[in-house]
Every structure is written in structure tokens, then in C-alpha cells.
Write a protein that binds this ligand. Sequence first.
Ligand SMILES: C[S@@+](CC[C@H](N)C(=O)[O-])C[C@H]1O[C@@H](n2cnc3c(N)ncnc32)[C@H](O)[C@@H]1O
Length: 249
Amino acid sequence: MKTDNAVTEKQARWAGLAPGMSVIDIGCGPGKTTSMLGELVQPGGRAVGVDLSEQRLAFARQHYGSSTVSFQQCDLYQPLTGLGQFDFAWCRFVLEYHLSNCFELVRNIAAALKPGGILCLIDLDHNCLSHFGHSPRMERAVAATIKSLEENDNFDPYVGRKLYSFLYDLGFQDIDVKVEAHHQIFGELKEVDEFNWTRKVEVAAKRSGYDFNEYQGGYDEFLDEFRAFFANPRRFTYTPIISCRGRKP
Ligand SMILES: C[S@@+](CC[C@H](N)C(=O)[O-])C[C@H]1O[C@@H](n2cnc3c(N)ncnc32)[C@H](O)[C@@H]1O
């Protein structure tokens, strides 16, 4: 539901995806992006989605599998051998979960590209951290929750700003970078934003193990306050998204 095909298409075309190419979708999840990338390389191209989660891959195969779109289980920490070499690798919203090993992962992905192939990395920066209109205790609780995820769950809220350095350090050529707003939320709250952000906050809070000691009622009181803050049309929330593309030497 969260994946907007028009946004994926714009980002992929900007990065240089074109008909006839072979494309690997790194961390493809339920396959919606792989299917879109597979359409953009027609005629003559193919798309392979790779992910660790068998459950997501099963969904992807059932909904998006075709003669030109396929799915393979892979752990990105292992060499991506056996899939061939690709003209284009797409990696969006994956590196944020790999704080301590990010560069090794990118190097591994780059090895699946042909010389001259394009690597497109897209991720958020200052993830979940940019709001205005909330209380000082909520500001502290949000920052502490994200800090716990960094320390205990290998989450990187600042990976967006690092993408350029990965391609630079690998010696990639024709590097280009684009900074845009992934979220820009003000005024009346849309149903989709309410759903996405409530889920985001619930999952982040649970995974972080943070105790919300700013709140007498703990997590439940925090969540009530977050919902009230987010429903207020005066609130402003934004998230930068950084896209970086380059060509393998
Ligand atoms: C937020 S989803 C990515 C969504 C999709 N790439 C997009 O552009 O909308 C992150 C995916 O990365 C996958 N992933 C995380 N770590 C992985 C690993 N070590 N190996 C393979 N897949 C991994 C997860 O299973 C999940 O499906």
C-alpha cells in the first residue's frame, strides 16, 4: 500500500533505467517495485527481486511473477552469485536496517553488476526525527526510541547522507545525487499518513525496548500523545529522501 508506482518510475528513470536492461531489485519485499522495474525495462529486459523473507517472496511470486519478473531468496550478506550479472541494481529502503555493515553490503551488491552497470541507492535521512508542534517530552522520547534502535537493532536513521560516500569509495563514475521530501505532512491528516505513522511509531517503540519514562503511563500514554499531536493540523513533519546513482567502473 505504501509503494507509489509513479514515484518508483520517476526515481528509476532518473537513475537511468531503460528498456532492454536486466535489473536486480535488492530487498524487494512483496515485489511491487520489482514488477514496476520489470515493466520499465520492456521490451527485451528482465527483473529479478531478491529478499531474505520467504513469506514476502511467496506473496511476490503469486502476485507479480511472470516470464520477465522472477524472485529469489538471498541473504545480502552472502555473495549474490548464481543470478548472473546485471545492468542495473536498485536498492531502496534496505540499507537503513544495516548500520554497522552498510558499506560491505553495498560492495556485495555492486559485485552483481556488469562493468558499466548502474547502482541506484535510495534511502531516508533523519528518519522519523523531524517534527514541529510536539511537546519537549515527546521530542526526547522520539529521539531516545530512535537511539535505542541504532544501538540495539542496527538501524541507521542517517543512512541517506552516507549513500554518496559509498559510491565514491567504490570508485563509481557519473555519480549524481538528489535530495527530496519523502514526507511533508501539514494540515488535515490523511488516512494513509495516519496509518503509516501510527504503525511506524508502534513498531519502532516495541522493537526499541525503550521504557518511555518521560510518561507516567509509559508507552500507552506516549502513543496517545503522539496520536493527538499528529491529528492536529498545525503539526509539521517531514522526511528527506536521498537518491544516489553511479556507474560501475
Ligand atoms: C522496507 S523493505 C524494502 C522495500 C522495497 N525495496 C521498496 O523499494 O519499496 C526492506 C526489505 O529488505 C529485506 N532485507 C533486509 N535485510 C536483508 C538481508 N540481509 N538480505 C535480504 N533481504 C533483506 C527485508 O526482508 C525487507 O523485505
